[in-house]
Design a protein around this ligand. Structure first.
Ligand SMILES: [Zn+2]
Ligand SMILES: [Zn+2]
Length: 335
């Protein structure tokens, strides 16, 4: 494989597709930096996952909008995301905050469901010999249980979260942080590896919410993004994932808006205001500043009164080490 070069502005604009509002073009150019050239070990480096699975080409709006099995629409009646605690969730961010994050991102209703029962958990495969973070759950079995038992009539997606570590041995992943299956419209996310010594509450919450929003975005059939530094970039290690902004670029935003049309649509300005409120409330100051910059380009006056900050998390530090970060996605969600 050749070296990969980040797309030029002309290609970035092209990726936005036809009839793009000029303000979204400005937001892409003014508020979202291009990706840097990959360093060894980065997601798009030679031989890394983004090289091997075709991420380097990117997915333009036009490519995304072509009809096909990759598309996954919520509808007027199936428009709810269910959040399901799977096994141990002590130490995870409060489920209301996770729900708030998803609601701000997608405008869909988010409901919290009862934890998986003992009987349901009996169908989930555990591995006791672990990778240093306690027992691991086999992701494929979690997807099976969620799609079989946790798909109420109004569900568009069912998303499990856990403090157990995860693995997908069939795909060769000794551990994964999260996995989205767009064919089943289920996701499972682990926050087990996000707590480190010295990490702040807001940093921990940011990591958890970013993986949640990233993977749920995949459920629409949206692939990894190469058109900007963006929430939808892949990542191969912690530094790379931490350097992503907590925001999708306008290319991915247009994909989300298109996917939400059958539900009645989502107003991008209101969405951005909701995100700003979320960032301010939870002390994500840098993300809030970037959100205000986007609102400025949209011509929307952000509220002068500061949103109420809150502190909902109580963290215990752990001795966990930062390990090589791999992100696995099921075939259906990335190809
Ligand atoms: Zn991903
Ligand atoms: Zn993007």
């Amino acid at each position: 494989m050749k070296k990969w070069t980040p797309p030029q502005d002309v290609d970035r604009i092209q990726a936005l597709g036809p009839d793009c509002p000029s303000q979204l073009e400005r937001i892409l150019l003014e508020c979202f930096q291009p990706l840097p050239k990959p360093k060894a070990g980065d997601w798009l480096a030679k031989g890394a996952p983004g090289d091997q699975n075709g991420d380097r080409r990117g997915q333009t709006l036009t490519q995304f909008c072509r009809p096909g099995p990759h598309r996954n629409f919520p509808s007027k009646h199936c428009n709810t995301i269910y959040l399901v605690p799977v096994g141990a969730v002590d130490g995870a961010p409060p489920v209301e905050v996770l729900a708030e994050c998803l609601h701000a991102h997608f405008g869909l209703e988010v409901k919290t469901a009862k934890p998986l029962t003992k009987k349901e958990m009996a169908d989930v495969n555990f591995h006791q010999d672990n990778a240093g973070f306690g027992p691991q759950l086999e992701t494929s079995t979690v997807h099976d249980v969620l799609s079989k038992c946790r798909k109420p009539r109004d569900a568009w997606a069912t998303v499990g979260y856990t403090m157990y570590d995860l693995c997908n041995t069939a795909s060769g992943f000794g551990f994964v942080f999260g996995e989205a299956r767009s064919d089943k419209c289920t996701g499972i996310f682990s926050f087990a590896r996000y707590m480190e010594t010295g990490i702040s509450q807001s940093q921990f919450l940011r990591r958890c919410c970013m993986v949640l929003a990233h993977e749920v975005t995949h459920l629409f059939g949206i692939k990894h993004c190469v058109f900007a530094r963006c929430l939808m970039n892949g990542s191969n290690h912690l530094e790379e994932s931490e350097s992503r902004p907590f925001a999708v670029c306008p290319v991915d935003l247009r994909k989300i808006l298109d996917s939400l049309k059958p539900t009645g649509g989502l107003c991008p300005e209101q969405r951005e205001l909701n995100l700003l409120a979320f960032f301010v409330k939870h002390g994500l100051d840098e993300d809030a500043a970037l959100s205000r910059a986007r609102l400025l380009v949209m011509g929307v006056q952000a509220p002068v009164v500061e949103f109420q900050k809150c502190s909902l998390l109580s963290l215990e530090n752990t001795d966990s080490e930062v390990e090589q970060r791999n992100e696995a996605e099921a075939v259906g969600s990335t190809q």
